[in-house]
Design a protein around this ligand. Structure first.
Ligand SMILES: [Zn+2]
Length: 643
């Protein structure tokens, strides 16, 4: 099904007519006057620092937080180009051992992004030069995993441990490409509650065979393998080689290149990824998998789609995964071609709910619609699709192709992906479904703390990055009020930042450019404040007065409202007008006689009143158009509008 082409205003029709009643003895004609106030464009202040927190009450962080979340001198001077992760899995001992051959390029100069992130971390260029001159770089690997040694062309390098950071000295610093072998071993953390509290999950299928998977978003890929564990620098490609007993199979990201038999009851599966990949997206999944596949004919031609499931679930998977092609189809419409055609697409069954592992989305949603059988939106629409398939597939665009450069920017992953669920509904079920779904999610917003926390310390913001974030995007769309332009924003983001790491500033700047107004003050309000904007309004002396409360000084977001006259009995009448207000933190007033085009209704009113008297003595009502995620408070309820 193709998305229906609709007028954005359609949904608000019938508000007042639903409760229509005769007024002054006759039925009044429907009066609509849509007035669009000019939208002011605001200067953005101090450029790149706009989204940096400067909150004196912020928690204090440790050096370990900075080593984990910052662009340190030992990370800045080299650019990651390739990993070849080789790991043997000892299932009985729950242990891993192996080598990560890491390839890097010495930067000829620092790029703008690296310099900016260094600045956030308080790192001077002089320290970067020093680290570069001494060939000192930082690798991360968390206890109880151990970095056994680091080798360069057979030469053993000096290694110094500081918590999860391992500083390796004396590496090659000449311009060009170099490789280091990072030898590691240990029993990685067992995941307490995957995917949220990550690590490795060791389980068995119903036949008692091993069923093992990694999941490490948040805690970091360095929980099980040594790497440069910061999201801003991704390798351009990767190879993942996993050695296992012959009765089992490993499925990782990208394409299966080779199965190497060792003749000793073990084999190695070699998987290749030819696109940039984020660390947390790298995964191993081990089971006695059954495999089936299909071809999706998408925007870039045929895409191989492979499914790896437990034998006991083969039939359920064949049924439930019919969701996959229609999900890919919907997101190619909204976001453009699937970003990793060369790497194929896979769904892999795992012993936890699921995760957006790049080109190998993991699945554990029980082969049923909803989120573990529930509709998160409460609207009913959440039961029309398999949440894990739709949500995690959307992450291929927002998370895997377009990746946050700092964990603090994770709303770029989750707000867009949560919003994408409504876009999936819109594509297959229409606009009404999408609206009801995204608005239904507002019940799940907690307003506990900002979506964007502090930068440079591996800090994650509020879970409101999902539902408040998606409703922020839904509100932006309502402001834009042009579906073609809105889709151009979504498509454009995926072109502009294709397979890149990006921060809030650059992303919001780009959105502002496409929509033609400054999105930054809006983004700041919805993402960096916990409170919701509130439209305060009242009626007095034939005027509507309004302003925003609970917002920053530069917040001037347009909002569509319907202003109408209440009947003598207090219910809505058929005399109303749809307006676009641009409130600020200062009171503004609007002469109601100017915005209310009484039209046919006016004829009836002339019988008893002159128009201005009529406006003065009637009771008024205001409603915020429901796609705008804004609170509303009438500050003078009950007043009749008389001074
Ligand atoms: Zn997600």
């Amino acid at each position: 099904m193709v998305v229906e082409n609709r007028c954005f205003k359609e949904s608000s029709k019938g508000w007042f007519s639903a409760k229509s009643r005769p007024f002054i003895g006759m039925v009044l004609a429907l009066v609509m006057a849509v007035n669009f106030a000019p939208f002011q464009v605001y200067a953005q202040g101090d450029g790149q620092r706009y989204f940096q927190r400067s909150d004196a009450s912020q928690p204090s962080y440790t050096r370990a937080d900075s080593l984990r979340g910052g662009v340190t001198p030992e990370r800045a001077w080299w650019d990651l180009t390739h990993y070849h992760l080789q790991v043997a899995v000892d299932i009985e001992a729950r242990a891993l051992s192996g080598v990560n051959r890491m390839q890097y390029r010495v930067r000829e100069s620092l790029d703008e992004q690296t310099e900016r992130l260094m600045q956030v971390s308080g790192v001077d260029a002089a320290d970067v030069i020093l680290a570069s001159n001494t060939g000192r770089l930082q690798i991360d690997l968390q206890a109880p995993m151990q970095l056994v040694s680091a080798l360069q062309q057979g030469r053993s390098l000096e290694v110094e441990q500081e918590g999860s950071a391992w500083f390796i000295s004396g590496v090659d610093t000449g311009l060009g490409l170099h490789a280091i072998d990072l030898v590691f071993e240990g029993q990685p953390l067992v995941a307490a509650n995957p995917p949220w509290d990550g690590g490795i999950t060791w389980q068995e299928d119903s036949a008692g065979r091993p069923f093992v998977a990694s999941a490490n978003q948040g805690i970091g890929a360095s929980i099980w393998w040594p790497n440069k564990d910061h999201p801003w620098d991704e390798p351009d490609s990767m190879r993942i080689s996993v050695r296992l007993p012959d009765s089992l199979m490993n499925v990782s990201n990208g394409r299966l290149l080779q199965v190497e038999q060792h003749g000793d009851g073990t084999h190695t599966t070699h998987w290749g990824v030819v696109n940039p990949i984020n660390n947390y997206g790298v995964n191993i999944n081990i089971a006695a998998y059954e495999h089936f596949s299909e071809v999706f004919y998408g925007l870039n031609g045929p895409l191989s789609v492979d499914y790896y499931v437990l034998p006991e679930n083969l039939e359920a998977a064949r049924r439930q995964f019919a969701e996959v092609p229609r999900t890919l189809e919907a997101f190619e419409y909204w976001f453009g071609a699937y970003p990793f055609y060369e790497d194929g697409f896979k769904i892999v069954e795992v012993p936890y709910l699921g995760m957006e592992h790049q080109s190998s989305v993991t699945y554990g949603n029980g082969y049923a619609n909803g989120y573990r059988g529930r509709d998160l939106s409460g609207s009913g629409w959440g039961m029309e699709f398999d949440f894990i398939i739709v949500h995690e597939v959307a992450h291929e665009w927002f998370a895997n192709s377009l990746t946050n450069e700092d964990v603090a920017d994770m709303w770029i992953h989750e707000s867009f992906t949560n919003y994408a669920e409504s876009l999936f509904l819109e594509y297959h079920f229409g606009w009404q479904a999408a609206q009801e779904y995204v608005r239904g999610l507002r019940f799940a917003v907690s307003h506990d703390r900002p979506v964007i926390p502090d930068y440079g310390v591996n800090e994650r913001g509020s879970g409101d990055m999902y539902y408040r974030g998606s409703n922020f995007l839904h509100t932006l769309r309502a402001i834009v009020s042009d579906d073609t332009l809105w889709r151009a924003v979504l498509l454009g983001l995926n072109q502009e930042f294709f397979q890149q790491t990006v921060g809030t500033e650059a992303l919001v700047d780009y959105m502002s450019e496409v929509v033609g107004f400054d999105v930054a003050p809006l983004a700041k309000q919805y993402l960096m404040e916990a409170r919701l904007p509130v439209l305060e309004y009242g009626f007095r002396g034939g005027q509507l007065r309004y302003r925003y409360a609970q917002v920053g000084a530069d917040f001037a977001m347009p909002v569509d409202v319907t202003v109408g006259i209440l009947s003598d009995e207090g219910s809505d009448s058929e005399v109303f007008s749809e307006l676009r207000l641009v409130p600020t933190t200062r009171w503004q007033s609007l002469d109601l006689s100017e915005v209310m085009d009484l039209g046919m209704a006016g004829l009836a009113l002339l019988v008893a009143y002159d128009e201005s008297d009529f406006l003065n003595y009637k009771r008024w009502n205001l409603r915020v158009e429901p796609d705008f995620y804004v609170g509303a408070l009438e500050v003078n309820p009950g007043e009749k509008g008389v001074d």
